[in-house]
Design a binder for this molecule. Structure first.
Ligand SMILES: [Zn+2]
Length: 333
């Protein structure tokens, strides 16, 4: 192993912190960092890079993810219950179960590696639900949500955390992390029967930081069209209007999907079908629908989701923990 270290300065001016990281861990996952540290740029000679638009927390989440790639884990294959948004992880010995250093400084205390308590069935893909993965009961979750604004707020914050990680992966070109964030979010949504819908801060942050062709936005479009619009209660017109007021481009994309969906894959003679399946499960049988597969092809991707589920449960846990600490901060502030 190449033990060269580099210093990454994250955060803005006064609040910026230096984090020491093994250079090859960054280079292996990101052409951006490879270019910066292995080329003839000043970053390579100085072994220093400053990322002012990244928070320390997001960068440490990224490092934690890098860590799960490199070191073998034997556990942590279960998607946590939505209650994690209220109480945090039940994980003991957070951060102490790893087998090697990723960074020279100690890991952030709120980050954790799922432990053995959270179960051994690593045989099924997390986002495929072939009967092995527990699906949380929809009534149970609706019950939890309707009474619990804290849980809803936690969920909202955790989506923002997924988004920040994705934005980091977009900006600093970490293709596998982009795919992994979407796998984790898909797996969580399926398991919790709780898909993201329109929410102003999420929408505005997503469109401000990502190209509209981004797969993260695509996931929001699909889940809004397939799940939120179809829920009984408020009329579709009211919902469409709310969406249009929030973001016209998003509303347009959702309407396109909705329209394609009504065509249900039927094609006229000689014309290619522009339909979409009626059910989300068919439109998006697994998270590969949303992947770029730049780092791994589809077959290797499925294999990895099967063999290393802790990568994705780890992401879900991290985002939930991040949401909890954000909620705490806003309480205190
Ligand atoms: Zn894939």
């Amino acid at each position: 192993m190449d033990l060269d270290t580099v210093t990454v300065r994250v955060g803005e001016a006064e609040s910026a912190v230096n984090i020491t990281v093994y250079r090859n861990l960054l280079s292996d996952v990101s052409p951006y960092f490879r270019g910066a540290f292995e080329g003839s740029f000043v970053e390579a000679t100085d072994r220093f890079i400053s990322l002012t638009d990244v928070t320390e927390h997001t960068f440490r989440m990224f490092l934690q993810w890098v860590h799960t790639q490199v070191y073998e884990h034997s556990s942590g294959a279960t998607i946590p219950s939505p209650a994690i948004l209220l109480h945090g992880s039940t994980t003991k010995n957070a951060g102490n179960t790893t087998t090697g250093p990723v960074e020279v400084q100690p890991p952030h205390p709120t980050q954790s590696v799922p432990d053995a308590e959270t179960l051994p069935d690593a045989t099924s893909a997390l986002d495929e639900l072939d009967g092995h993965q527990k699906r949380w009961d929809v009534n149970e979750i609706e019950g939890l949500c309707s009474e619990n604004s804290e849980l809803i707020n936690g969920y909202r914050l955790s989506l923002l955390s997924f988004l920040r990680l994705y934005v980091f992966a977009d900006k600093y070109n970490v293709p596998q992390l982009r795919d992994d964030v979407l796998t984790a979010l898909t797996a969580q949504s399926i398991s919790w029967c709780w898909w993201p819908d329109i929410e102003r801060e999420l929408m505005e942050s997503a469109y401000a930081a990502l190209p509209s062709s981004s797969k993260f936005i695509r996931l929001l479009v699909l889940s809004t069209a397939y799940c939120w619009l179809s829920q009984p209660g408020t009329s579709s017109a009211t919902k469409m209007r709310a969406m249009k007021e929030m973001n016209e481009e998003f509303a347009f994309e959702v309407m396109v999907v909705q329209n394609q969906r009504l065509k249900d894959g039927e094609s006229l003679e000689g014309m290619p079908s522009e339909g979409m399946p009626f059910w989300l499960e068919e439109a998006m049988p697994d998270s590969c629908t949303l992947h770029e597969h730049l780092a791994r092809d589809a077959a290797k991707c499925r294999e990895r989701i099967c063999d290393q589920p802790y990568i994705f449960t780890g992401l879900i846990e991290m985002c939930a923990q991040d949401a909890l600490s954000m909620a705490k901060e806003s309480d205190e502030g």
